[in-house]
Design a protein around this ligand. Sequence first.
Ligand code: B12
Ligand code: SF4
Length: 509
Amino acid sequence: MTKKVQSVLLVNAGSDADVSSIANDGTFPALGVVSLATVLRRDHPDLEVIAVDGQITPMAEIEQLVRDLDPDILGVGVLATSYGNALRLAELGKNAGAVTVFGNDQATAMAERILRHREVVDYVCAADVGEFALSALVSAVKGERPIETVPELIYRTPDGLAHNRLPEIPPDVIKGSGGAFKTMILDAIPVPDRTLMPDNNWERYLDNYLNRYGGFHDDEEITGVTTMNRARGCARVKAPCHFCGIMDLSLRFSSPEMFWNDVRTAQEQISASIFYEAFDSMSSSPRWIKAVVDAKPDDIGDPKFFVYTQAAETTPRLVELYQKLGVYRVNMGLEAGDTRMLKVLKGPRDSLENNQRACHLFQDAGILIHGSLVLGGPGENQESLENTVEFGRWLIDNEMMASLEAQPLYPDFGALTGKWMMNPDLARQVAKERGFEIYDEELLDLMPAKYGTSDIVDFDEVSKDWCKIFSHSTWDELIDATHSIRSYAERVGTVTGSGRITQATLGSF
Ligand code: B12
Ligand code: SF4
């Protein structure tokens, strides 16, 4: 199929109705669509490209945009909680005659099922770095290159589904030849042109941020907030946390110069003063942080960073580097307040003591903490649950938290927990090796048939099934514990949230 391509609309689908909000929903931009738009504009200069975030843009506005722009290609970023809205967008696009392509984590995990069930979706892009794939797809739709050469594209052919397993970053755009930070591979991704997202989106992020977190910035003016992403991955790549659903945990970096270029451009384009660096685990590479600190330009002002960190990797030296970089808040997956559960969920280096030590180090340095707690891991019982609720109280009583999330464990099908659900033999083998129990063998055997074919995942139902099979505590106990933690936090005005659960199932507290 060859067609003229004059306009492309890229939408990050917003969460479906009734999905419970996490503490940071709507406060930081969906950078993926902006970065994709940037590369399309660079590679196809005549193209009109707009990127919007459905999380903060009402569906009626997006529908109007589809009518006004009449896009030739509609690209949709799909997460676990936004599949309903993503399908609605695909239908809109198809009705307007657009070629439709899905991307992002959920689309990647469910690609084949989506294409089998949904005629309105033409392509799924499974690239973690999607910029080059999407640009190649635009060329292919224009008839300038064969569709078979578009990296990580999955699509229908007369012989069934095809998956182009090609490098997602073309080797010729990767600078350097190995060494320190894996050839600074992410320098291949240009600095995002944040003006490709409408001004009203940026204004809404800033308003939402100030409404939730303005109180932490009484002595300074916050002029703009943005996400950035100049490194990806985590040191746990070989033995990830059991619930971690991030597609690619291999460590990849940009050069420090590119990092600061990105910061400066965001300062110029949208007056950004707060930066959420989405590096999956910044604490995993103190060497890179040091290189970035050393390269900090004297005239860059005082940008503030919000970064992911791990308690087990937090040392005084790391905290010092964060202070030099300008980190004001860390996102730390504390996960539990019970050492047995921490070891089951994460690994031998994690413990309650380590969590508390890391929290104290940040508190002493004046760095705020965003934490989250995951309830219902393998073998969770009344005692461990109580320890975690108690830990939640300790965090609040010690006034360490900018925000605190709590939720029952969701076994993402890309995570180890989800893989065990979908492969009962593997689950039994791991349970034996790691010493946890399977509480409902019959239900476990039903999981592959129940969830293995549909493209729609009822995440409440999946979490409840997980709980029955792997947790000794009941679902109601997990919900009660979630309520206890969140209401304790909210009593003192701490922002709270719960991910991957509907408000109806979570109930009010
Ligand atoms: C920053 C962040 C946020 C921010 C910004 C939201 C956003 N949509 O980006 C905030 C805090 C607001 C947020 C909210 C949520 N998040 Co979040 N978030 C992240 C995080 C840490 C980084 C994302 C990022 O900016 N990366 C950098 C940019 C440049 O890359 P990218 O977004 O991955 O996009 C690239 C590719 O995915 C691909 N791509 C993306 N979209 C498309 C579209 C097309 C057409 C194509 C071709 C390619 C493509 O190309 C892009 C460029 O390389 C990821 C973890 C991770 N490492 O991915 C979790 C993550 C994406 N979040 C997740 C979740 C669950 C949520 C929430 C649903 C939580 C909730 N409420 O329950 C909400 C969703 C809100 C929404 N609908 O957008 C999950 C998604 C899992 C899944 N299978 O769906 C992740 C993977 C974390 C995890 N493992 O649990 N999140
Ligand atoms: S949850 Fe965080 S710390 Fe754990 S493996 Fe994933 S990125 Fe690493």
